[in-house]
Design a protein around this ligand. Structure first.
Ligand code: FE2
Ligand code: FE2
Length: 273
């Protein structure tokens, strides 16, 4: 398939039969998104909502891919078997999030698309590592760093969003992500305890690399804000939050709060800071 075709690859379903039944079980009770039709008239805001929810389709798809790799590496590494069921559940959860975000994109009048390139390349150096080291690296980057930040972002939107359909999608996602976040801490703690101490600097770097893109983006934004603007109250984002969106200023402040209050203490307690 050419890149152009891949770029247009929409989220599609096998219609009917066993797949539809399994999909319905995965996604659960359907959320009524019909009220989003009323928001379609709002020009630039609508475009922004489509773009952001489309990005969420793709990042949830990437999360599903990462979780699937983590399960493969964890099985290859022989991690304690009580971790397996949680990993399987997390793959399902991420696929549910892809479906939920896709439904929002459709309700907003656009076509959800998969990430490009669809395959997630793995560097040769990463593949050359033993399975237990790959599992730990994914655990640190995906479960510990990214899930902690995801929970903080979704929780901030969910707390303030009064649009029933968007709030329901955020609530469904938040419940799962909070569990991933909790699992991540214990998975990393247990796996890290089995690694030789001299490797510690290497695992700190994995955490640092996973954090860097979001931290640098937040720092760039925060540098532009006056002291008065460095307050969440200054960015109520009323119109944006109805659609499950942030202003970049509020997102940077939420990042900073999540880092200071949740992520940094977690990393420090694991010896990863
Ligand atoms: Fe997710
Ligand atoms: Fe997740």
């Amino acid at each position: 398939m050419s890149t152009q075709e891949a770029e247009r690859r929409a989220v599609v379903a096998f219609a009917g039969g066993a797949f539809t039944r399994a999909h319905a079980r995965l996604v659960g009770d359907e959320i009524d998104l019909s009220s989003l039709q009323a928001l379609r008239g709002s020009g630039a805001l609508l475009q922004q909502a489509r773009r952001v929810w489309q990005e969420r389709v793709q990042s949830e798809y990437r999360s599903a891919q990462m979780m699937q790799r983590l399960l493969g590496d964890a099985l290859a590494a022989g991690v304690p078997f009580d971790a397996h069921a949680s990993l399987v559940e997390m793959i399902s959860d991420e696929l549910r999030h892809v479906a939920l975000c896709s439904a929002v994109v459709r309700a907003l009048g656009a076509e959800p698309c998969l990430p490009v390139p669809l395959d997630l390349p793995q560097p040769a150096a990463f593949l050359a590592m033993p399975a237990e080291a790959r599992a730990l690296a994914i655990g640190i980057a995906q479960l510990l760093v990214n899930e902690t930040l995801s929970v903080a972002f979704i929780a901030d939107l969910h707390e303030r969003c009064r649009h029933p359909a968007i709030a329901a999608v955020l609530a469904a996602t938040l419940g799962d992500e909070a569990q991933h976040d909790a699992f991540g801490v214990s998975f990393v703690r247990r796996t890290l305890a089995e690694r030789p101490e001299p490797e510690r600097a290497r695992w700190c770097k994995v955490a640092e690399d996973a954090l860097r893109p979001q931290r640098e983006a937040a720092q760039r934004m925060l540098r532009e804000l006056s002291p008065a603007e460095r307050d969440l109250q200054a960015w109520p984002d009323e119109q944006l939050v109805a659609l499950g969106l942030f202003s970049p200023q509020r997102q940077a402040l939420v990042f900073q709060r999540a880092y200071d209050e949740r992520l940094a203490p977690r990393l420090a307690s694991l010896g990863l800071l």
